[in-house]
Design a protein around this ligand. Structure first.
Ligand code: NDP
Ligand code: OXD
Length: 317
């Protein structure tokens, strides 16, 4: 027997308990008729229909036999798929939208321009009171490559085109993208990398992309290239990055995502002169619009049994 919406529950799970309460407070008025509870205090587990999660612990979904969908509080679904006890076949809804895309465009523009205009070097010179002028080429003679041309990568690439950069992109499948030289698949990777003076990673984390930012990849970039990783920490082989910076193969890296978050206090990235660390803020979901998107997606899924932002779990993104 199915539970009526009046009796049905949506559970929320995040690593930070204060944020669970916050999301419940935001979502409750937008989802009248639903009971919202923390996933570790769900009431009747049989009544749970949706789970709204960020980095759920292993086994979070197992107690809920009538779960209709899992809502990822973000664009990536790797944190959901990482659950070794994930019930098979439950749809996963991503939380995406104009705000998320806009924020990522800003982050990519900020850091690409920073590398392009050699700001890390200029800032280091200032600390030593050194007046050293650098002539850099205009953006039209700077090649920037974006790995991943999905919601975020395609719009970041469009922003770079708008700034005048010679823009390249790499995805799993080929597609036309105005102003962007698109390369695709494993066969297209080497020709793409050979032309990227600044490389931006906006890939999802899947078995095919884990450890992709490694020594072999860095060796294919022009010498002195810069890296921006706003995808996921496990894309990067950390010791290979340190070696590439030490050898000069890479000039600088901006990293927003890490294998362990928060980045441990003793981690060498914190004090490395050629690494900029940002604390997974490239595109943080917006509290207000985020809850509106989550609520609208749940209501749409409840009515129609589908929604535009469904991920493909078999594909991994
Ligand atoms: P999408 O699912 O919309 O796009 C993913 C893109 O990656 C697609 O273009 C896809 O190719 C490409 N891709 C996937 N696998 C491969 C592969 N093996 N080889 C080449 N290309 C591949 O994702 P989003 O743009 O919404 O998000 C991307 C990632 O950004 C998220 O998964 C998340 O990890 C990260 N993210 C980080 C944030 C931050 O604040 N740092 C915020 C939000 C997201 P194709 O189009 O051919 O399928
Ligand atoms: C996301 C993220 O996946 O914030 O949305 O990393």
């Amino acid at each position: 027997m199915s539970t009526s919406p009046e009796r049905a529950t949506i559970v929320v799970s995040l690593p930070d308990a204060a944020k669970i309460a916050w999301w419940i407070d935001q979502l409750a008025p937008l989802l009248p008729g639903w009971t919202l509870r923390p996933a570790d205090d769900p009431g009747d587990p049989e009544a749970v229909r949706y789970a709204v999660v960020w980095r759920p612990a292993d086994g979070t979904f197992k107690p809920f036999p009538h779960l209709k969908a899992i809502v990822s509080l973000g664009a990536g679904i790797d944190h959901v798929l990482a659950d070794r006890e994930l019930p098979p076949g439950v749809p996963i809804i991503r939380t995406v939208g104009a705000d998320l895309t806009q924020r990522m465009r800003e982050y990519v523009a900020l850091h690409v321009l920073r590398h392009h205009r050699q700001m890390p070097l200029i800032a280091a010179n200032q600390r030593q009171q050194r007046w050293a002028q650098q002539v850099v080429p205009p953006a039209t003679r700077r090649r920037v490559g974006v790995m991943g041309l999905g919601n975020l990568g395609a719009s970041a690439a469009a922003t770079l085109v708008g700034l005048g950069f010679e823009t390249l992109g790499w995805a799993r499948t080929p597609r036309p993208l105005e102003g962007v030289e698109v390369h695709a698949g494993p066969a297209g990777l080497a020709s793409f990398l050979a032309r990227c003076e600044i490389l931006v990673c906006l890939l999802p984390l899947t078995p095919a992309t884990e450890n992709i930012l490694d020594a072999a990849l860095f060796a294919r970039l022009p010498r002195g290239a810069s890296l921006i990783n706003a995808g996921r920490g496990p894309h990067l082989v950390e010791e290979d990055l340190l070696a590439a910076l030490a050898s000069g193969q890479l000039r600088h890296a901006t990293l927003d995502v890490f294998r362990q978050e928060p980045l441990p206090q003793a981690h060498p990235f914190w004090h490395h002169p050629d690494i900029t660390v940002t604390p997974h803020v490239a595109s943080l979901i917006d509290p207000e619009s985020g809850s509106r998107i989550v609520a609208a997606n749940i209501q749409h899924f409840e009515t129609h049994g589908e929604v535009a932002d469904l991920a493909d779990a078999a594909r991994g993104y």
